[in-house]
Design a protein. Structure first.
Length: 262
């Protein structure tokens, strides 16, 4: 199987590097990721710019592209590589991409763009906030390694016929706890976002910063947000990366049986 790796945190980010290393000795692996950090760029693309293309080193087959995550998917699937890919893996994102995050996320956008070009994709993200909303910084390497291993277990057991769902993606979010309590198939939830505006002035110019000051669970059992906060790996199938794909979701029951043991 030929797999393309993309992300939004940049080609040298811990998430994509850890994921690539988990797969490279088992699958024909390639990478095209942003040259710089492009988190929360959503599905933005470049129409007019000439984008720098930098060959990757250290045995990685691929490129760093000075564009958005969606640019990386577009370029890769429209001639940057001679290979035809069977699957795109996007991530592992540094932070959650559940509920309405899928519309802000560059990670999910890269996966979504891949489906536009007829390649099934899996978006992967690691939740790195505690119940109080504080960013978790301890044992990061092992948390990403665990998420990468679990992603590989899922891909290893993915029936080949499901790769024919080329207009859909699978969105996976991993909790910060290791091991996870299990894996649950979920629908999209809703974050209870609370924001505040931070005003400032400098050099006779006014500025405003939009801060997210709290995230509370806005939906109940059965949703990604709810079960992620319970400590489960949550999996949601999305048609075109937008709407819940009930047909594909019904074929993913095997995922809940995969061991989450360390």
């Amino acid at each position: 199987m030929k797999i393309l790796f993309i992300n939004d945190d940049g080609y040298d980010a811990i998430g994509i590097q850890t994921l690539y290393k988990a797969f490279v000795n088992h699958y024909d692996s390639y990478m095209c990721a942003p040259l710089t950090h492009k988190s929360a760029f959503s599905h933005a693309i470049n129409y007019y710019d000439h984008l720098e293309l930098k060959p990757l080193s250290d045995g990685i087959k691929g490129f760093a592209l000075d564009g958005t995550p969606a640019d990386c998917a577009r370029a890769s699937l429209q001639g940057l590589f001679k290979e035809k890919f069977d699957l795109v893996l996007s991530g592992i994102n540094y932070g959650v991409n559940a509920a309405q995050d899928i519309f802000y996320s560059g990670t999910v956008a890269a996966a979504r763009e891949s489906t536009f070009h007829g390649v099934m994709a899996i978006a992967t993200s690691l939740h790195l906030q505690d119940s109080a909303g504080h960013v978790i910084t301890d044992d990061i390497q092992n948390k990403f390694a665990y998420a990468a291993e679990m992603t590989k277990r899922i891909v290893d057991t993915l029936p080949k016929e499901l790769l024919q769902y080329k207009e859909s993606l699978i969105n996976i979010n991993f909790p910060a706890t290791m091991p996870a309590k299990g894996i649950k198939l979920t629908t999209l939830g809703l974050h209870g976002y609370k924001t505040e505006l931070e005003h400032s002035s400098k050099d006779n110019k006014d500025y405003v910063k939009i801060n997210t000051v709290d995230k509370s669970v806005g939906t109940g059992p059965g949703t990604d947000v709810y079960h992620l906060n319970e400590g489960y790996i949550v999996v949601t199938a999305l048609h075109k990366g937008i709407s819940y794909d009930e047909i594909l979701q019904s074929k993913l029951a095997f995922i809940e049986k995969i061991s989450t043991a360390l």
